[in-house]
Design a protein around this ligand. Structure first.
Ligand SMILES: Cc1ncc(COP(=O)(O)O)c(C=O)c1O
Length: 271
């Protein structure tokens, strides 16, 4: 179950003003709220240091441009406001996440959030989903379909959804990329031209491993040896099953991916 956030402890930067997160308000007329017309990012923060912040801000900028949001993304200003927010939230080093939101109404919101505790492995249900092509290259606020997919999976007794097109192509989870190990032992992940998100964690794993970017069908899944999800907040999360098909969780390559990603994160934060 998604955890309920105790917002009273969290802080927000709202249009550059620091406020308690549960006191941060924007007008109800903002189209970001009324139509999900806006962009966002979630950044992991380790002991006060945001991981891959530059990549997240570049993706935020691309999202805003592709969406024709009409609101400039002030990257340098955002970096400054994030540093101040993190220092105020916990001078000893905040461990958690940052949510950055820019709305069509022109509001910039940065929230600190506790990190959701993900279980050591996850059980996935296939949920049919057709990507909205017009939103390619946009991490938009319109996430209701992704959230619904997760609820449908949980209604069926699983933990999370694995999105599959009506034509049988396996894509990603609602908030994570999907990797599998094929029968030859090669690590594979669906290509970005399957209209999935250009995940920053996926990008890091592609730097660390030889990865085959190829379409994933149900037949590929049937012969897979291992599978895992990858995202900013999950890092590498072993998949215990997809529907009735079980995997070792973690299998050897998944374990290696966990270890290598942990090392890469530590190295980048230390640089
Ligand atoms: C649809 C989707 N795919 C993949 C991811 C993983 O992306 P990242 O590694 O940048 O967190 C996310 C993250 O929220 C997502 O929403």
């Amino acid at each position: 179950m998604p955890q309920t956030i105790d917002w009273s402890r969290e802080l927000a930067s709202l249009d550059g003003r620091l406020v308690a997160a549960d006191q941060a308000t924007i007008p109800a007329t903002d189209e970001g709220l009324l139509r999900g017309d806006g962009v966002f990012e979630v950044v992991r923060v380790y002991r006060g240091r945001p991981f891959a912040l530059a990549d997240h801000l570049v993706r935020l900028e691309h999202s805003a441009r592709n969406l024709r949001l009409g609101v400039p993304i002030d990257r340098l200003g955002l970096e400054r406001r994030i540093a101040e927010l993190l220092e105020r939230r916990d001078p000893a080093g905040f461990d958690g996440a940052l949510r950055i939101v820019v709305t069509r109404g022109g509001h910039e919101i940065v929230l600190t959030e506790p990190i959701e505790q993900h279980p050591p492995s996850i059980r996935l249900a296939l949920v049919v989903y057709a990507p909205t092509r017009i939103l390619d290259g946009v991490k938009s606020l319109s996430y209701a379909a992704n959230m619904l997919a997760g609820r449908i999976a949980r209604e069926r007794g699983f933990d999370e959804a694995l999105l599959v097109t009506p034509h049988g192509r396996i894509l990603e989870a609602p908030t994570a990329s999907f990797f599998w190990v094929d029968e030859q032992g090669l690590l594979c992940t669906p290509p970005l031209d399957d209209h999935i998100l250009a995940s920053i964690t996926r990008d890091r794993l592609l730097r660390l491993f030889e990865v085959s970017e190829r379409h994933c069908t149900r037949a590929d899944l049937a012969t897979a040896r291992e599978a895992f999800l990858a995202s900013t907040t999950r890092e590498v999360q072993p998949v215990a099953c997809v529907e009735e098909q079980r995997f070792a969780a973690p299998g050897p390559i998944t374990r290696e991916a966990q270890a290598k990603l942990t090392r890469l994160i530590a190295d980048e934060l230390a640089a």
